[in-house]
Write a protein that binds this ligand. Structure first.
Ligand SMILES: C[S@@+](CC[C@H](N)C(=O)[O-])C[C@H]1O[C@@H](n2cnc3c(N)ncnc32)[C@H](O)[C@@H]1O
Length: 230
């Protein structure tokens, strides 16, 4: 896979703008991409993560609409990641980046504890057949990883069209999380799948949650346990 790296070099997009006019620019390199350090430093603007960002409809809409925040897309399909980064480059968005990653491990690998302001998980693959439900993204392990990377005031925003998956999300978050209002006063663009469902006259199920302190310490302990060499 050709990786993407953010570097403070001259822009390769032909605009001639350099690091002074644009804090970051992309160059397509084979290095493993990482989250820009500046996005994780103390005092950095809130970081938002779109997990399963597909080709970036929501990520790009958010990055364009909120230039003072940073937006990271995590997506398991390389072709979608590359497509997403090509669009970011074309639009000259310095505050967005997509990285290939899969499942809860990607959160732990890419992001330090308490670094994320909002974690969006929109229309994760529903795997509606009961025998396939184990393949779902939102599991206890994913929620533990989410609680770890969220800031103490951070929010997890879950959206799905699948009633059974939604019930599962409610059950899994009944303890250790508290529900907060979905409407937080911010106008967000619809995701690609949300647009499709809205066009069909369907309303997705939505859940906004904040981890309770107890949940955060448990997930820290859980992470310590799995990271310790035997
Ligand atoms: C149904 S699409 C939804 C896309 C987008 N969030 C939206 O609302 O339009 C689910 C996306 O999540 C990605 N995905 C599924 N499972 C994943 C996993 N375990 N880790 C990372 N990405 C995953 C898929 O490749 C796909 O792009």
């Amino acid at each position: 896979m050709s990786g993407w790296k953010i570097s403070p070099e001259k822009s390769p997009d032909g605009t001639g703008r350099d690091a002074m006019s644009r804090p970051f620019c992309f160059s397509q390199m084979s290095n493993d991409p990482t989250v820009p350090e500046a996005w994780l430093s103390a005092g950095a603007p809130p970081l938002e993560v779109d997990f399963g960002c597909h080709r970036g409809t929501f990520l790009l809409g958010m990055a364009g609409g909120f230039p003072l925040r940073n937006f990271l897309g995590i997506e398991r399909q390389s072709a979608r990641v590359e497509r997403c980064n090509a669009r970011i480059l074309r639009l000259g968005l310095a505050n967005a980046l997509a990285i290939r990653g899969e499942g809860p491990g990607a959160l732990g690998d890419l992001l330090p504890a308490a670094s994320v302001g909002i974690l969006h998980v929109s229309f994760p693959d529903p795997w509606p057949k009961r025998r396939h439900a184990w393949r779902r993204l939102v599991t206890g392990g994913f929620l533990a990883a989410a609680a770890r990377v969220l800031r103490p005031d951070g929010t997890l925003r879950l959206m799905t069209d699948d009633p059974d998956y939604f019930t599962g999300m409610q059950c899994l978050t009944a303890e250790g999380w508290r529900e907060v209002a979905w409407n937080d006063g911010i106008e967000r663009p619809a995701t690609a799948f949300e647009k499709t469902f809205l066009a069909l006259g369907k309303r997705p199920f939505r859940l906004a949650l904040q981890p309770l302190q107890s949940r955060r310490s448990k997930s820290r302990a859980w992470n310590l346990r799995i990271e310790q060499p035997s």
